[in-house]
Design a protein around this ligand. Sequence first.
Ligand code: ADP
Ligand code: ADP
Length: 222
Amino acid sequence: MIRIEGLTKSYGATQALRGVSFEVPRGQVVGFLGPNGAGKSTTMKILAGFVTPTSGTARINGIDVTVDPVASRRLIGYLPENNPLYEEMMVRDYLDFIAEVRGIPKARRAERIRNAVERCGLRAVLGKDIHQLSKGYRQRVGLAQAIVHDPDLLILDEPTTGLDPNQIVEIRSLIKELGKEKTVILSTHILSEVQSTCSRVLIISDGRLVADDAPERLGEGE
Ligand code: ADP
Ligand code: ADP
C-alpha cells in the first residue's frame, strides 16, 4: 500500500529527513513514533502530497505522490495535526462541503456522509456549529472528513494531541475500528498510543528510522 524509498527533505539548512525507507502492506495499522522534531509530520505531509521531498520517492498503490498527487489523494484520508475546521459551519454542512470538494458524485454524497457520520459517532451533533464542539468531537469531525471519500489509507498526524484522557480513549478506539477496514499510519510521540492502537511500530529519530518492530516488544531488554 505504501512504499517509501530513500526519502530526504531539507528545509533550508534543516535536514528533516535523512533517508527514510519503509513499506506498509494493505491492512496494517502502523504507528510512526518519535520525539518532536524527528520528522513525523514531514513524512505524513509528503505521503499526503502536500510537501515535495528533496529526494527519494513515496508511492501509494504504485502511484508516485509527487508525480500525481491528485490520484494518490483519492486513495488517502489525511488528518493533519491541528486540522483547521470551518468554525462557523454546521457539522452537516461542513461534511457536505468536504464531500463536494473531494469530487464525490452528487448522487453518492448523502450515503457517503451518512456512513462517515455513523462510523465517527457524529449523529447527535450534526446540527451544531463546529465552534460549539468539544475537542473530542472536533477530532471526530476531522476523522469523518478524512474518510468521507472512502479512502483505503488513513494518514493521521498526532490524532490525540490536546485531548483529555476520556477523549483520547474514545478517539483511539475509533481509530482501531477504522483500522479493521483500512490501512492506517498514525504519528505520535506517545508510546502508549502505539501500544494501544497499532500492530507495528516504526521509530523515527532525527530524520532516520531506528526501529521497526511489534509494539509489545518495545522496551524489552532495557
Ligand atoms: P515531527 O512531526 O516529528 O515533530 P517535523 O516533521 O514537523 O517533525 O519536523 C522535522 C524538522 O523539520 C524539525 O526540525 C522542524 O523544525 C523542521 N521543519 C518542519 N517543517 C518546517 C518548515 N516548514 N520550515 C522549516 N523547518 C521545518
Ligand atoms: P492544495 O490546494 O493545498 O493542494 P487541496 O485543495 O488538494 O489542497 O486540499 C485542500 C485541503 O483538503 C487540504 O488542506 C487538506 O487538508 C485537505 N485534503 C485534501 N485531500 C485530502 C484527503 N485525501 N484526505 C484528507 N484531507 C484532504
